[in-house]
Design a protein around this ligand. Structure first.
Ligand code: C2O
Length: 542
C-alpha cells in the first residue's frame, strides 16, 4: 500500500461561463478540482491551504474513515473550519471500499465549486469484478449559478425563503451548447472515444439541489457499481442519481456514426411543484477517426418522471460475495423510524416572519459554532449537543397527508443539536419516511462514516407489517446516500463499527441549513484498536 499525497490550494478565481465573468472558489485553479486516484489500502494525505476569503472544510464523501473521524470534514461536526490564511492536513487510510467517490467542501454552499472525483482502484494483484475497461473517465455533473453561491445561500437564510435556482447544469464544469455563449467560450465537454472499445464512466452527481437523469444517445449503459459498492450488472439506457451519489457504468462505443450527445436534466419530484432549474446540460462524444457531424441527441425523460427514476433506483442490487462485499447483519439492536420533511420555524429575532425549516422526527438540526461535536465527544465537553434524538416522531399520523391541519404541533419545529447514541458494533435499522407538509419531495439521505444496505423502498406510508416481507437480505444494494422515494420510505441497515460523531443529512444543500439532519454518536469499542485516537495536532481551533 502506498501513501498518496496531494496539495489543495483553495482560492478565488474568475471564470467565464454563460456570457459573463464570475468569481468562484476553486481548488488548484480548476473546476472540477483535481481527481484523486488511490488504491484500496492506500493512505491519502491532502494538505489543504485555504487562500480563499471563506471558512473551509473538505469532506471525503463516502469514505468510511475507520478510526479517523477527525478527517471526515463536515464543519462543526468533526472539526472547526480552516480559517482564511490557514491550513490543515487530512490524513486517512482507505480500506474496504473500491469504486467512485468524491470530495467536496462541507461548509455553506462552497461545494458548488469546490469538488472533485476520488477514485479507488483495487489493490495490486486484485481486479474489478468485470472485464478491464479500455479507459476510465470521470463524469462530474454539477450545478452553476451566475452569482456567488455563498451570497445566494446567505440571502436565503436572511429572508427565510428558498434560495435562487441555479442557472445551468454542467458536465465536468461545462454547461454545454444549449446554454448561451457556450459555443464561443469552449464550454461544451467533449469526450473522444475509440470505436469498439468499452469505457468505464464514473458518474458523480455533484449538483447542489437536484437529482439528475443522465443519458447517452443510442448507447446502453451497464451499471457495475454505485457509491463505491459493486452491483449486479444492470443494463439501462438512463441513469438517475441524487446529489452525493455515484454510478459507475460500462459503455461500449459500437454505434455507426461519428458523434452523440450525453445529456443530463433534473429529476424533480416535488408536489406541489416549486420552481427549479429545468434546463439541460450536454456534452459531445466524438468517435475518433470519424468526420464530425451533428451529434445525435438522446430523448430524455420528463423532469417529473418518477416511474423511470424509481425503476432505476429500486432495480439495483449488490454484488453479493463480490470484492469488498459486506453481508447484511441479520440481528437488529436498534430500530428507528425517522420522518423527514419541511416545516416552518418562527423567527425569534424578527417577529412576524416565518422561516423555512426542515427536520427529522420534528427536530430541526442546528450546527454548533463554538466547538466541533467530535471534540465535545472526545474531550467530554457538555453543552455542545445532546444525545436525546428520538427513535420515532412525536406523534404518528398519515405522512402522505398534505394538510397542515393534520397536527399543527408538527408544523413548527424547534432548533436543536441532537444525536442518537449507538453502542459499538450494534446494528441499526432505520425506516426513513418522507412527510408531506408543505409538499412531498424525494430526499437523498447521506449517512457519514458508513455504507448501509437498502433493504426495501416504496411509496406512501411505511407498513410495518407487510413491507418487511419485501426486505432483500441476500443482495441489497449498499450505498452511502439513499434517495428516499417522493411521498415514500426506504429501510436501511448498518453496523456501527466506527467510533465518532457522524452527521446524517439530506444532500440537497437547500435543506441542510434548514435542519434536515441528525447525528449518530458511536461509542468507542473495548480495545485500543477500536477506540478513536486523539485529534491530529493541526486540527483547526474554534
Ligand atoms: Cu457529501 Cu455531508 O456530504
Amino acid at each position: 500500500a502506498a501513501i498518496v499525497e496531494h496539495s489543495f490550494i483553495v482560492k478565488n478565481l474568475t471564470v467565464r461561463k454563460l456570457c459573463q465573468e464570475q468569481v468562484i472558489t476553486a481548488v488548484n485553479g480548476s473546476l472540477p478540482g483535481p481527481t484523486i486516484r488511490v488504491k484500496e489500502g492506500d493512505t491519502l494525505v491532502v494538505h489543504v491551504f485555504n487562500e480563499s476569503p471563506y471558512n473551509l472544510t473538505i469532506h471525503w464523501h463516502g469514505i468510511f474513515q475507520l478510526l479517523s473521524a477527525w478527517a471526515d470534514g463536515p464543519v462543526y461536526v468533526t472539526q472547526c473550519p480552516i480559517l482564511p490564511g490557514s491550513k490543515f492536513t487530512y490524513k486517512f487510510k482507505i480500506t474496504g471500499q473500491e469504486g467512485t467517490l468524491w470530495w467536496h467542501a462541507h461548509v455553506s454552499w462552497l461545494r458548488a465549486t469546490v469538488y472533485g472525483a476520488l477514485i479507488i482502484r483495487p489493490r495490486s494483484g486484485h481486479s474489478y469484478p468485470f472485464p478491464k475497461p479500455h479507459k476510465e473517465i470521470p463524469i462530474l455533473l454539477g450545478e452553476w449559478w451566475n452569482a456567488n453561491v455563498v451570497d445566494v445561500e446567505n440571502q436565503a437564510l436572511l429572508t427565510g425563503q428558498a434560495p435562487a435556482n441555479s442557472d445551468a447544469y454542467t458536465i465536468n464544469g461545462r454547461p454545454g451548447d444549449l446554454y448561451p455563449c457556450s459555443e464561443n467560450e469552449n464550454q461544451t465537454y467533449k469526450l473522444k472515444v475509440q470505436r469498439g472499445k468499452t469505457y468505464l464512466l464514473r458518474i458523480i452527481n455533484a449538483a447542489l439541489n437536484n437529482q439528475l437523469f443522465f443519458k447517452i444517445a443510442n448507447h446502453k449503459m451497464k451499471v457495475v457499481a454505485v457509491d463505491a459498492s459493486y452491483t449486479e450488472p444492470y443494463v439501462t439506457d438512463v441513469v438517475v442519481s441524487a446529489p452525493g451519489q455515484t454510478v459507475d457504468v460500462l459503455v461500449t462505443f459500437d454505434q455507426p456514426i461519428g458523434s452523440y450527445y450525453m445529456a443530463a436534466l433534473p429529476y424533480a419530484s416535488t408536489f406541489p411543484a416549486i420552481p427549479f432549474d429545468n434546463t439541460t446540460t450536454r456534452g459531445i462524444i466524438q468517435y475518433m477517426g470519424s468526420t464530425s457531424q451533428t451529434p445525435v441527441m438522446p430523448a430524455l425523460p420528463a423532469f417529473n418522471d418518477t416511474p423511470t427514476a424509481h425503476k432505476f433506483y429500486s432495480n439495483l442490487t449488490g454484488l453479493a460475495n463480490g470484492p469488498q462485499w459486506i453481508p447484511v447483519p441479520l440481528d437488529v439492536d436498534k430500530h428507528m423510524f425517522v420522518t423527514m420533511g419541511l416545516n416552518f420555524e418562527r423567527c425569534e429575532t424578527c417577529p412576524g416572519l416565518v422561516r423555512a425549516s426542515a427536520s427529522m422526527n420534528n427536530e430541526s438540526f442546528q450546527l454548533p459554532n463554538t466547538l466541533s461535536m467530535l471534540e465535545a465527544f472526545f474531550f467530554n465537553v457538555s453543552g455542545i449537543y445532546t444525545d436525546d434524538f428520538p427513535d420515532e416522531p412525536p406523534v404518528k399520523f398519515d405522512y402522505t397527508n398534505l394538510s397542515l391541519s393534520v397536527d399543527p404541533s408538527l408544523v413548527f419545529t424547534q432548533k436543536s443539536t441532537k444525536v442518537k447514541k449507538l453502542k459499538f458494533n450494534s446494528t441499526v435499522e432505520i425506516v426513513f419516511q418522507n412527510t408531506a407538509f408543505l409538499g412531498i419531495e424525494n430526499h437523498p439521505i447521506h449517512i457519514h462514516g458508513f455504507n448501509f444496505h437498502v433493504l426495501a423502498q416504496g411509496f406512501g406510508n411505511y407498513d410495518a407489517v407487510n413491507d418487511p416481507k419485501k426486505f432483500n437480505f441476500v443482495n441489497p444494494q449498499a450505498r452511502n446516500t439513499i434517495a428516499v422515494p417522493v411521498g415514500g420510505w426506504a429501510v436501511v441497515r448498518f453496523q456501527a463499527n466506527n467510533p465518532g460523531v457522524w452527521i446524517t443529512h439530506c444532500h440537497l444543500d437547500v435543506h441542510l441549513p434548514w435542519g434536515l439532519a441528525m447525528g449518530f454518536e458511536v461509542e468507542n469499542g473495548p480495545t485500543p484498536s477500536t477506540t478513536l485516537p486523539p485529534p491530529p495536532l493541526d486540527l483547526p481551533k474554534c
